[in-house]
Design a binder for this molecule. Sequence first.
Ligand code: TXA
Ligand code: MG
Length: 371
Amino acid sequence: MSLINTKILKVKPEAIIFDKNDVLPTITNEETEKNLNIAANELINTNNAIGFPTETVYGLAGSALNDASVKSIYKAKNRPADNPLIVHISSIDQLKRKLYNQEIPKIYQPLIEKFWPGPLTILLPNNPKESPISSYVTANQDTFAVRMPKHPVARALIAISDIPVAAPSANASTKPSPTLAQHVYYDLNGKIPLILDGGACDVGVESTVIDGLSNPPMLLRPGGISLEQIKEVGGEIWKDIIVVKRTAEKSEPVKTPGMKYRHYSPNAKVVLFINCKNGKNAIEEYIKKNQLQNKNIALLKSKYFEDYPGLINKNLGTSGHEISHNLFKYLREVDEELKVDLIMVEGIDETEEGLAIMNRLNKAAMEVIKN
Ligand code: TXA
Ligand code: MG
Protein backbone atom coordinates (compact mmCIF):
# COMPACT_ATOMS: atom_id res chain seq x y z
CA MET A 1 0.00 0.00 0.00
CA SER A 2 1.40 3.40 -0.91
CA LEU A 3 1.68 5.72 2.06
CA ILE A 4 -0.17 9.01 2.14
CA ASN A 5 0.79 12.17 3.94
CA THR A 6 -1.33 12.45 7.11
CA LYS A 7 -2.20 16.08 7.93
CA ILE A 8 -3.08 17.28 11.43
CA LEU A 9 -5.67 20.08 11.30
CA LYS A 10 -6.24 22.16 14.45
CA VAL A 11 -9.75 22.93 15.61
CA LYS A 12 -10.97 24.79 18.71
CA PRO A 13 -13.83 22.99 20.49
CA GLU A 14 -14.72 26.15 22.43
CA ALA A 15 -15.37 28.00 19.16
CA ILE A 16 -18.22 25.61 18.26
CA ILE A 17 -21.55 26.33 19.87
CA PHE A 18 -24.26 23.65 19.88
CA ASP A 19 -27.41 23.68 21.95
CA LYS A 20 -29.03 20.40 22.94
CA ASN A 21 -31.42 20.08 20.01
CA ASP A 22 -29.56 22.17 17.43
CA VAL A 23 -29.11 20.64 14.00
CA LEU A 24 -26.21 22.93 12.97
CA PRO A 25 -23.60 24.68 15.16
CA THR A 26 -22.48 28.29 15.28
CA ILE A 27 -18.70 28.55 14.72
CA THR A 28 -16.81 31.62 15.92
CA ASN A 29 -13.27 30.84 14.74
CA GLU A 30 -12.22 30.99 11.08
CA GLU A 31 -9.52 28.33 11.13
CA THR A 32 -11.82 25.92 12.98
CA GLU A 33 -14.59 26.47 10.43
CA LYS A 34 -12.18 26.02 7.51
CA ASN A 35 -10.71 22.78 8.88
CA LEU A 36 -14.13 21.35 9.75
CA ASN A 37 -15.21 21.99 6.16
CA ILE A 38 -12.08 20.27 4.79
CA ALA A 39 -12.84 17.21 6.96
CA ALA A 40 -16.55 17.23 6.07
CA ASN A 41 -15.67 17.39 2.35
CA GLU A 42 -13.32 14.43 2.77
CA LEU A 43 -16.26 12.41 4.16
CA ILE A 44 -18.60 13.60 1.40
CA ASN A 45 -16.27 13.29 -1.60
CA THR A 46 -13.94 10.37 -0.82
CA ASN A 47 -14.05 6.91 0.73
CA ASN A 48 -11.20 7.72 3.13
CA ALA A 49 -11.45 7.38 6.90
CA ILE A 50 -10.40 10.39 9.01
CA GLY A 51 -9.40 10.92 12.66
CA PHE A 52 -11.52 13.15 14.90
CA PRO A 53 -11.94 13.84 18.63
CA THR A 54 -14.94 12.74 20.68
CA GLU A 55 -15.49 13.30 24.41
CA THR A 56 -14.47 9.66 25.07
CA VAL A 57 -11.51 8.85 22.77
CA TYR A 58 -10.43 9.82 19.26
CA GLY A 59 -12.47 8.07 16.56
CA LEU A 60 -11.81 6.99 12.98
CA ALA A 61 -14.75 8.18 10.89
CA GLY A 62 -16.20 7.04 7.58
CA SER A 63 -19.73 7.22 6.17
CA ALA A 64 -21.87 4.51 7.80
CA LEU A 65 -23.94 4.45 4.61
CA ASN A 66 -21.14 3.52 2.26
CA ASP A 67 -19.40 0.11 2.09
CA ALA A 68 -16.14 1.50 0.67
CA SER A 69 -15.78 4.08 3.47
CA VAL A 70 -16.39 1.46 6.16
CA LYS A 71 -13.88 -0.88 4.52
CA SER A 72 -11.29 1.95 4.72
CA ILE A 73 -11.82 2.08 8.49
CA TYR A 74 -11.23 -1.65 8.96
CA LYS A 75 -8.20 -1.50 6.71
CA ALA A 76 -6.52 1.51 8.37
CA LYS A 77 -6.95 -0.06 11.82
CA ASN A 78 -6.35 -3.63 10.72
CA ARG A 79 -9.55 -4.53 12.57
CA PRO A 80 -11.21 -7.98 12.38
CA ALA A 81 -14.33 -7.71 10.21
CA ASP A 82 -16.69 -9.46 12.64
CA ASN A 83 -16.38 -6.71 15.25
CA PRO A 84 -19.22 -4.23 14.48
CA LEU A 85 -18.89 -0.43 14.64
CA ILE A 86 -20.83 2.31 16.41
CA VAL A 87 -22.72 4.81 14.24
CA HIS A 88 -22.42 8.44 15.40
CA ILE A 89 -25.17 10.99 14.78
CA SER A 90 -25.35 14.74 15.37
CA SER A 91 -29.07 14.99 16.22
CA ILE A 92 -32.21 12.90 16.69
CA ASP A 93 -33.48 14.63 13.54
CA GLN A 94 -30.56 13.13 11.59
CA LEU A 95 -31.09 9.69 13.13
CA LYS A 96 -34.71 9.70 11.92
CA ARG A 97 -33.98 11.14 8.47
CA LYS A 98 -30.97 9.00 7.60
CA LEU A 99 -31.06 5.77 9.58
CA TYR A 100 -34.12 4.87 11.56
CA ASN A 101 -37.48 6.32 10.65
CA GLN A 102 -39.39 4.75 13.58
CA GLU A 103 -40.13 5.38 17.23
CA ILE A 104 -37.06 4.78 19.39
CA PRO A 105 -37.99 1.96 21.84
CA LYS A 106 -39.47 3.49 25.02
CA ILE A 107 -36.99 1.74 27.28
CA TYR A 108 -34.28 4.13 26.04
CA GLN A 109 -36.25 7.37 26.44
CA PRO A 110 -35.13 8.46 29.94
CA LEU A 111 -31.52 7.53 29.19
CA ILE A 112 -31.40 9.41 25.87
CA GLU A 113 -33.08 12.40 27.46
CA LYS A 114 -30.42 12.54 30.18
CA PHE A 115 -27.24 11.25 28.50
CA TRP A 116 -27.42 12.38 24.84
CA PRO A 117 -25.35 13.99 23.60
CA GLY A 118 -22.80 11.95 25.55
CA PRO A 119 -20.91 8.66 26.02
CA LEU A 120 -23.88 6.28 25.86
CA THR A 121 -24.36 3.85 22.93
CA ILE A 122 -27.67 2.04 22.42
CA LEU A 123 -28.67 -0.86 20.17
CA LEU A 124 -31.57 -0.35 17.78
CA PRO A 125 -33.22 -2.95 15.51
CA ASN A 126 -31.77 -3.20 12.02
CA ASN A 127 -33.34 -4.97 9.07
CA PRO A 128 -30.40 -5.72 6.77
CA LYS A 129 -32.67 -5.95 3.70
CA GLU A 130 -34.09 -2.44 4.08
CA SER A 131 -31.44 -0.68 6.13
CA PRO A 132 -29.37 2.14 4.57
CA ILE A 133 -26.54 1.21 6.96
CA SER A 134 -23.61 -0.64 5.40
CA SER A 135 -23.58 -4.32 6.38
CA TYR A 136 -19.87 -3.85 7.19
CA VAL A 137 -20.91 -1.58 10.08
CA THR A 138 -23.22 -4.11 11.69
CA ALA A 139 -21.20 -7.23 10.80
CA ASN A 140 -24.54 -8.59 9.58
CA GLN A 141 -26.27 -8.44 12.96
CA ASP A 142 -29.97 -7.58 13.25
CA THR A 143 -29.15 -4.56 15.40
CA PHE A 144 -27.01 -1.45 15.01
CA ALA A 145 -25.22 0.53 17.71
CA VAL A 146 -25.65 4.32 17.77
CA ARG A 147 -24.65 7.32 19.88
CA MET A 148 -24.73 11.11 19.73
CA PRO A 149 -21.29 12.39 20.82
CA LYS A 150 -21.07 15.44 23.05
CA HIS A 151 -17.74 16.70 21.72
CA PRO A 152 -18.49 19.85 19.66
CA VAL A 153 -15.94 18.87 16.97
CA ALA A 154 -17.45 15.41 16.51
CA ARG A 155 -20.99 16.73 16.41
CA ALA A 156 -20.11 19.59 14.06
CA LEU A 157 -18.30 17.28 11.63
CA ILE A 158 -21.31 14.95 11.46
CA ALA A 159 -23.80 17.84 11.21
CA ILE A 160 -21.92 19.82 8.54
CA SER A 161 -21.36 16.76 6.33
CA ASP A 162 -24.84 15.47 7.24
CA ILE A 163 -23.28 12.01 7.23
CA PRO A 164 -23.78 9.59 10.13
CA VAL A 165 -20.31 8.14 10.65
CA ALA A 166 -19.20 4.71 11.70
CA ALA A 167 -16.32 5.29 14.10
CA PRO A 168 -14.27 2.89 16.16
CA SER A 169 -11.50 4.22 18.35
CA ALA A 170 -8.71 5.54 16.10
CA ASN A 171 -5.95 3.22 17.34
CA ALA A 172 -4.30 0.40 15.45
CA SER A 173 -6.22 -2.75 16.39
CA THR A 174 -5.05 -4.23 19.79
CA LYS A 175 -3.40 -0.94 20.94
CA PRO A 176 -4.68 1.38 23.71
CA SER A 177 -7.35 3.82 22.54
CA PRO A 178 -6.11 7.30 21.56
CA THR A 179 -6.97 10.30 23.72
CA LEU A 180 -4.72 12.81 21.91
CA ALA A 181 -4.33 13.55 18.18
CA GLN A 182 -0.66 12.54 18.45
CA HIS A 183 -1.73 9.02 19.52
CA VAL A 184 -3.75 8.69 16.31
CA TYR A 185 -0.79 9.98 14.31
CA TYR A 186 1.54 7.48 16.01
CA ASP A 187 -0.67 4.53 15.03
CA LEU A 188 -2.13 5.62 11.68
CA ASN A 189 0.38 8.02 10.09
CA GLY A 190 0.50 7.26 6.37
CA LYS A 191 -2.79 5.36 6.40
CA ILE A 192 -5.34 8.20 6.63
CA PRO A 193 -5.36 11.66 4.99
CA LEU A 194 -6.16 13.79 8.03
CA ILE A 195 -6.74 14.08 11.76
CA LEU A 196 -8.78 16.87 13.34
CA ASP A 197 -6.86 17.89 16.46
CA GLY A 198 -9.23 19.21 19.14
CA GLY A 199 -6.93 18.61 22.12
CA ALA A 200 -7.29 15.98 24.86
CA CYS A 201 -10.44 13.87 25.22
CA ASP A 202 -12.22 14.52 28.50
CA VAL A 203 -13.59 11.10 29.51
CA GLY A 204 -10.64 8.96 28.37
CA VAL A 205 -12.45 5.60 28.02
CA GLU A 206 -15.03 4.66 25.38
CA SER A 207 -18.79 4.97 25.58
CA THR A 208 -21.00 2.62 27.55
CA VAL A 209 -22.80 0.15 25.25
CA ILE A 210 -26.25 -1.02 26.39
CA ASP A 211 -28.79 -3.37 24.87
CA GLY A 212 -32.37 -2.48 25.79
CA LEU A 213 -33.81 -4.82 23.13
CA SER A 214 -33.13 -7.96 25.16
CA ASN A 215 -35.05 -8.78 28.30
CA PRO A 216 -33.64 -8.08 30.87
CA PRO A 217 -31.50 -5.31 29.35
CA MET A 218 -27.75 -5.78 29.16
CA LEU A 219 -24.60 -3.78 29.71
CA LEU A 220 -22.38 -4.92 26.83
CA ARG A 221 -19.45 -2.62 27.57
CA PRO A 222 -18.93 -0.40 30.63
CA GLY A 223 -17.78 3.11 29.71
CA GLY A 224 -18.26 6.85 30.18
CA ILE A 225 -21.74 6.53 31.73
CA SER A 226 -21.63 4.33 34.84
CA LEU A 227 -23.84 1.34 35.64
CA GLU A 228 -25.05 3.23 38.72
CA GLN A 229 -26.11 6.20 36.54
CA ILE A 230 -28.03 3.92 34.18
CA LYS A 231 -29.89 2.22 37.03
CA GLU A 232 -30.69 5.52 38.66
CA VAL A 233 -31.90 7.39 35.58
CA GLY A 234 -33.37 4.46 33.60
CA GLY A 235 -36.08 3.53 36.11
CA GLU A 236 -37.43 0.11 37.19
CA ILE A 237 -36.61 -1.90 34.04
CA TRP A 238 -32.93 -0.95 34.15
CA LYS A 239 -32.57 -2.06 37.78
CA ASP A 240 -32.36 -5.66 36.45
CA ILE A 241 -29.62 -4.91 33.91
CA ILE A 242 -27.19 -7.79 33.39
CA VAL A 243 -23.48 -7.02 33.10
CA VAL A 244 -22.01 -9.34 30.46
CA LYS A 245 -18.75 -11.00 31.36
CA ARG A 246 -15.65 -9.31 30.08
CA THR A 247 -13.78 -12.02 28.20
CA ALA A 248 -14.76 -14.95 26.03
CA GLU A 249 -12.92 -17.88 24.54
CA LYS A 250 -11.96 -17.59 20.87
CA SER A 251 -14.51 -20.19 19.75
CA GLU A 252 -17.38 -18.92 21.88
CA PRO A 253 -20.23 -17.02 20.20
CA VAL A 254 -20.53 -13.66 21.97
CA LYS A 255 -23.07 -10.90 22.27
CA THR A 256 -20.53 -8.12 21.83
CA PRO A 257 -18.13 -9.57 19.27
CA GLY A 258 -15.24 -7.30 20.33
CA MET A 259 -14.94 -9.25 23.57
CA LYS A 260 -12.91 -12.09 22.16
CA TYR A 261 -9.99 -10.03 20.84
CA ARG A 262 -6.76 -8.81 22.41
CA HIS A 263 -7.31 -5.21 23.37
CA TYR A 264 -5.71 -2.07 24.81
CA SER A 265 -2.26 -3.72 24.83
CA PRO A 266 0.92 -1.64 24.91
CA ASN A 267 4.12 -3.26 23.60
CA ALA A 268 5.39 -3.69 27.16
CA LYS A 269 3.78 -6.33 29.35
CA VAL A 270 1.14 -4.93 31.73
CA VAL A 271 0.82 -6.38 35.24
CA LEU A 272 -2.28 -5.45 37.22
CA PHE A 273 -2.13 -5.42 41.03
CA ILE A 274 -5.46 -5.87 42.81
CA ASN A 275 -5.92 -5.33 46.55
CA CYS A 276 -2.22 -4.87 47.26
CA LYS A 277 -2.47 -2.09 49.87
CA ASN A 278 0.35 0.45 49.34
CA GLY A 279 1.97 -1.86 46.79
CA LYS A 280 5.35 -2.15 48.46
CA ASN A 281 5.40 -5.86 49.36
CA ALA A 282 3.67 -7.04 46.20
CA ILE A 283 6.01 -5.07 43.92
CA GLU A 284 9.11 -6.16 45.83
CA GLU A 285 8.05 -9.79 45.59
CA TYR A 286 7.18 -9.54 41.90
CA ILE A 287 10.53 -7.97 41.00
CA LYS A 288 12.45 -10.57 42.98
CA LYS A 289 10.53 -13.56 41.68
CA ASN A 290 10.89 -12.48 38.05
CA GLN A 291 14.46 -11.15 38.42
CA LEU A 292 13.56 -7.69 37.14
CA GLN A 293 16.12 -5.74 39.18
CA ASN A 294 17.79 -4.25 36.10
CA LYS A 295 14.64 -3.65 34.08
CA ASN A 296 13.05 -0.38 33.15
CA ILE A 297 9.66 -0.47 34.92
CA ALA A 298 6.82 2.06 35.06
CA LEU A 299 4.34 2.15 37.94
CA LEU A 300 0.92 3.74 37.35
CA LYS A 301 -0.57 4.49 40.77
CA SER A 302 -3.93 5.80 41.86
CA LYS A 303 -5.38 5.76 45.38
CA TYR A 304 -3.26 3.64 47.71
CA PHE A 305 0.09 2.83 46.10
CA GLU A 306 3.18 4.74 47.14
CA ASP A 307 6.12 5.74 44.96
CA TYR A 308 8.44 2.76 44.60
CA PRO A 309 12.16 3.60 44.49
CA GLY A 310 13.88 2.88 41.17
CA LEU A 311 10.64 2.72 39.15
CA ILE A 312 9.19 5.42 36.89
CA ASN A 313 6.33 6.47 39.17
CA LYS A 314 3.26 8.11 37.60
CA ASN A 315 0.08 9.30 39.31
CA LEU A 316 -3.12 8.47 37.43
CA GLY A 317 -5.10 10.57 39.92
CA THR A 318 -7.42 9.60 42.75
CA SER A 319 -10.94 10.24 41.40
CA GLY A 320 -12.56 7.93 38.85
CA HIS A 321 -12.74 10.83 36.39
CA GLU A 322 -9.02 11.59 36.68
CA ILE A 323 -8.00 7.96 36.40
CA SER A 324 -10.09 7.29 33.27
CA HIS A 325 -8.90 10.58 31.74
CA ASN A 326 -5.22 9.63 32.26
CA LEU A 327 -5.20 5.86 31.83
CA PHE A 328 -4.61 5.42 28.09
CA LYS A 329 -2.44 8.56 27.93
CA TYR A 330 0.01 7.23 30.54
CA LEU A 331 -0.05 3.67 29.18
CA ARG A 332 1.04 5.12 25.83
CA GLU A 333 3.53 7.60 27.29
CA VAL A 334 5.53 5.03 29.27
CA ASP A 335 5.31 2.52 26.43
CA GLU A 336 5.90 4.66 23.32
CA GLU A 337 8.04 7.51 24.68
CA LEU A 338 9.86 6.04 27.66
CA LYS A 339 9.95 2.54 26.14
CA VAL A 340 9.79 0.71 29.46
CA ASP A 341 10.10 -3.10 29.67
CA LEU A 342 7.16 -3.55 32.02
CA ILE A 343 4.15 -1.56 33.22
CA MET A 344 2.72 -2.15 36.70
CA VAL A 345 -0.73 -0.71 37.39
CA GLU A 346 -2.67 -0.32 40.63
CA GLY A 347 -6.19 -1.74 40.36
CA ILE A 348 -9.20 0.08 41.83
CA ASP A 349 -12.73 -0.74 43.05
CA GLU A 350 -15.18 -1.72 40.32
CA THR A 351 -17.74 0.92 41.29
CA GLU A 352 -18.77 4.04 39.31
CA GLU A 353 -15.98 4.85 36.77
CA GLY A 354 -14.01 1.92 38.26
CA LEU A 355 -16.02 -0.69 36.33
CA ALA A 356 -14.96 0.69 32.92
CA ILE A 357 -11.38 1.33 34.07
CA MET A 358 -10.95 -2.23 35.42
CA ASN A 359 -12.57 -3.67 32.27
CA ARG A 360 -9.85 -1.98 30.17
CA LEU A 361 -7.06 -2.91 32.59
CA ASN A 362 -8.07 -6.56 32.78
CA LYS A 363 -7.93 -6.72 28.98
CA ALA A 364 -4.61 -4.87 28.79
CA ALA A 365 -2.97 -7.00 31.48
CA MET A 366 -1.00 -10.16 30.69
CA GLU A 367 -0.85 -10.98 34.39
CA VAL A 368 -2.98 -10.12 37.42
CA ILE A 369 -1.59 -10.21 40.97
CA LYS A 370 -4.38 -10.51 43.54
CA ASN A 371 -4.17 -10.45 47.32
O1 TXA B 1 -16.59 5.99 22.78
C1 TXA B 1 -16.76 5.23 21.83
O2 TXA B 1 -17.72 4.47 21.73
C2 TXA B 1 -15.69 5.30 20.70
C3 TXA B 1 -15.75 6.71 20.09
C4 TXA B 1 -14.89 6.86 18.88
O3 TXA B 1 -17.07 7.08 19.83
N1 TXA B 1 -15.94 4.29 19.73
C5 TXA B 1 -15.68 2.97 20.00
O4 TXA B 1 -15.91 2.10 18.95
O5 TXA B 1 -15.27 2.58 21.06
P1 TXA B 1 -15.33 0.62 18.93
O6 TXA B 1 -15.56 0.16 17.54
O7 TXA B 1 -13.92 0.60 19.41
O8 TXA B 1 -16.28 -0.18 19.88
C6 TXA B 1 -17.57 -0.58 19.46
C7 TXA B 1 -18.18 -1.50 20.48
C8 TXA B 1 -17.57 -2.89 20.39
O9 TXA B 1 -17.49 -3.44 21.70
C9 TXA B 1 -18.62 -3.62 19.54
O10 TXA B 1 -18.57 -5.00 19.70
C10 TXA B 1 -19.91 -2.99 20.04
O11 TXA B 1 -19.57 -1.64 20.25
N2 TXA B 1 -21.00 -3.06 19.04
C11 TXA B 1 -21.13 -2.34 17.91
N3 TXA B 1 -22.24 -2.72 17.24
C12 TXA B 1 -22.84 -3.67 17.98
C13 TXA B 1 -24.01 -4.45 17.81
N4 TXA B 1 -24.83 -4.31 16.76
N5 TXA B 1 -24.30 -5.37 18.77
C14 TXA B 1 -23.50 -5.52 19.85
N6 TXA B 1 -22.37 -4.80 20.06
C15 TXA B 1 -22.04 -3.90 19.14
MG1 MG C 1 -11.73 0.32 20.23
